[in-house]
Structures are given as C-alpha cells and as structure tokens.
Design a protein around this ligand. Structure first.
Ligand code: ATR
Length: 283
C-alpha cells in the first residue's frame, strides 16, 4: 500500500488526512495518508524515505515549509520563487529517483481567489502578515495581475525581509511596508485585503484595523476580504468586512485546491471538489 503523510508541529488539527483519504477511497487507490508529528531532525530521513520508495510523498506544514528545502534534490520554479515547499514527491530523472518539492498553496490561492475572474490589470493588494503563508499569497496575486502591494506586519522588519525572499515576476511593480495596522495601508485603495496572520484562530482575536470608518471613502466598490483561516469559518476580520458590505472569503477553498494539486502530483488524478467533498471537512 502506498503511503503519504502530512508532517508538522503541531499536526493534530490537520484536516489533510480526512480529505486525502476521502479522495483515495473515491478513486479506489491502494494508498493511505497519515499525519505525523515531526521535528527538524526528522526531515532528512523523511526525504530519504521518499527517494528510497518507503513513502511516496508528503505534505509539509508549519513550521517546516522552508526548512525542508535543503533536504530536497530539486524543486519547481514556484517553490523556488518563494523558497517554501508544501508538497514532496519522487521523480524519475536520468535513470535515478530524486526528491522534488513543489508549492501548491500558490495554485490553491489562485484557484479560490475571485480576482481570477477580473479583467482589470494592475490591481493592488493589502497583505496583513509577513510569515511563510504571505509569500505564497503574494506570488499568487502577482500571477493574478496584482501589481502593487501594501504590507503591514506586527514586526515591520519581517515584512521587509519577506519581500527580499520572493523572486518577483516581471509584472510586479512595487510594494510598500506600512507600520502595523496603520490606516495608510487602507488608503492605498486595495482591490483585495488578505489576512495571512494567525490572528483570528481564536474567536476573540481582532486585527486592529477599523475598516468601518473608511466605508464611504474607500469601500464604495466591492473589495475582497480574504482570510486564510477557515476554522473558525468566520473570523472577526470577515465579520467586519460583511458589516461594511464587502465580499468575505475564508481559506476553505484554498485548502481544498492546494490539496487537489498535491493529489494530482502524487496520483495523476485531479479529484473532484464538489459539495460532498466540501462537507467532508465539516464532519
Ligand atoms: P505562517 O507560515 O502560517 O505564515 P508564521 O510564519 O509563523 O506562520 O507567521 C505568522 C504571521 O502572523 C506573522 O506575520 C506574525 O507576525 P510577526 O512577524 O510579527 O511575528 C503574525 N502574528 C502572529 N501572532 C500575531 C499577533 N498576536 N498579532 C499580530 N500578528 C501576529
């Protein structure tokens, strides 16, 4: 039986096994997907196990998406552009097996983001947070024609460093790093605001930005408020977006699409994302 894993620390909360095992069963595959608590010292052995065929591949979650890279033989352009990997797999190249890394979070975000249906060129985005997740979102937004970025992060230095770690595509025009939740970020008139921080995981968490006072000035058109968090389903950030009549989207579809691409990489099958699949995550 082919074995797949999701590794992280913590890992208990991960819904990936539920989803992948559902698709494995639906497609009659002889495989199993498990979660595994890992420490940094385990990463090399896990990659060796993929190379040797003891496991077929694994997903990588916090805090190893960057740390895994040095144990891989190669990685895709997407993973290289943001120096972060969430999917590891084996590939046969020039007579030998190598361990590859890809980042399907970028695809997951692009597929789930309403900007992909906009014809507007040169949109702008406000990014809240500057951790690993922000990098995938910024690259995804570049691919969706966003040209200008405003970034705000509790630790301003981290935001500045982050932008040096991303290989930006040619379409990218520039960014500005704002002080944590100062209003200037809103004044950049973003078409989309993405919460990439972990603020919102606890129901009482609040991002200290008051959007309501700008309702008349900056939120006359529909602005997309996108929160990567999907549990809880509606963070305060999204509740406040709805209060001022804006479009609110949580991270559930991104999660499903990134998993869909990982599944395709491993099994060569693009599993369906239908209502039943979505409800698997709710059970
Ligand atoms: P991930 O890989 O999921 O992005 P991460 O790299 O740990 O996780 O990043 C977490 C992000 O949430 C960072 O932007 C972090 O801000 P700092 O760079 O200042 O640490 C942000 N974050 C976490 N807790 C926060 C809090 N209580 N208030 C504001 N920002 C917070």
């Amino acid at each position: 039986m082919n074995k797949y894993l999701v590794i992280g620390n913590p890992i208990d909360h991960s819904l990936s096994p539920k989803l992948h095992n559902y698709w494995i069963k639906k497609n009659n595959l002889n495989a199993i997907y498990e979660k595994k608590f890992a420490e940094e010292k385990d990463l090399k052995k896990l990659c060796d196990d993929v190379r040797e065929g003891k496991i077929e591949g694994f997903n990588v979650t916090v805090p190893f998406k960057e740390k895994i890279i040095k144990h891989l033989d190669n990685y895709t352009d997407t993973a290289n552009a943001i120096r972060a990997v969430n999917t590891v797999y084996r590939k046969y190249v020039d007579g030998e097996y190598i361990v590859m890394g890809d980042n399907t979070d970028v695809y997951g975000f692009e597929q789930s983001c309403p900007l992909r249906n906009y014809s507007k060129r040169g949109a702008s985005a406000l990014i809240i947070g500057a951790g690993g997740a922000s990098k995938a979102i910024i690259l995804g937004l570049c691919n969706l024609n966003v040209r200008h970025f405003a970034i705000t992060n509790r630790t301003r230095e981290n935001a500045k460093n982050l932008m040096t770690q991303i290989t930006k595509p040619e379409s990218y025009k520039g960014h500005f790093v704002y002080e944590w939740c100062k209003d200037e970020g809103i004044m950049s008139k973003p078409d989309i605001i993405v919460n990439c921080t972990s603020l919102g995981l606890k129901e009482e968490d609040k991002i200290p930005l008051d959007f309501s006072k700008y309702k008349k000035k900056f939120f006359t058109k529909k602005v997309i408020f996108y929160d990567l968090i999907y549990n809880p389903e509606e963070t305060n950030f999204l509740i406040n977006a709805k209060k001022i009549g804006q479009q609110a989207i949580n991270g559930k579809m991104m999660f499903l699409y990134q998993a869909q691409k990982s599944f395709f990489i491993w099994h060569g099958i693009k599993p369906e994302i239908d209502q039943e699949t979505i409800s698997v995550l709710n059970d």
